[in-house]
Design a binder for this molecule. Sequence first.
Ligand code: ADP
Length: 239
Amino acid sequence: MIDVRNVKKIYKIGQNVLNALDGVSLTIEEGEFCCIVGRSGSGKSTLLNLMAGLEPVSSGQIIIANKHVEKMNERELILFRQQNVGFVFQSYNLIPSMTALENTALPLTFRGVKKSVRLKAAREMLEAVGVGSHYKHKPSQMSGGQQQRVGLARALVLNPKIVFADEPTGNLDSKTSSEMMTLITRIMHERNQTFVMVTHDPTMAQYADKVVHILDGKITSIEKNEHPMQFEAPAAREA
Ligand code: ADP
């Protein structure tokens, strides 16, 4: 699904040159949960942004679903992201004046889907992530965990092939974080979606199929996790 080949990213700040990514290669299979772990400043967010086509590479190739992302122009990138990619952010990035339902429906608005259809789809998505009863709430009327569930619903409402998440549990306590991770892994498995997450928290790696360690812009190791933490059982889900 994702093939990153010898990617470099150089930032020039005045006289200084910073190798934020220094020859990174990895592959991520369809339906796989890949966790990219490394301490702050190691290049994780840069790698995620390059894979999502949010920033251009300095050199190397990024091939997603057989398409070269690094060759796309701005218009092609916008279309590519709309058709293939969902995002979950650390700070949720919900629009404060909008309800949970309106926030979730937003990607459908950009796609020109008719109002009744998008509100129905958004309502179903909110149900699926466990905040269906909060659809009229504004972000300030919800807990961090609930807001992140809405963030997840918004990322998933277009049924993207790939979901990218940058520290999605970074603002959540440990109990809410593990609830969020079990929810995400269950939904990704059910829909066979590819999930790429970056985090500085090594405990998050237990949920992943593949764990990529990154340090100073280089991959130091890639581990396959044969027994990732199981997503919650159906009985637990109904409780
Ligand atoms: P991480 O996500 O692991 O914390 P980042 O990918 O954000 O790390 O950053 C990697 C390195 O690149 C850091 O040294 C950071 O300061 C630098 N960097 C990131 N974005 C920019 C930018 N837009 N301009 C200059 N330097 C940047």
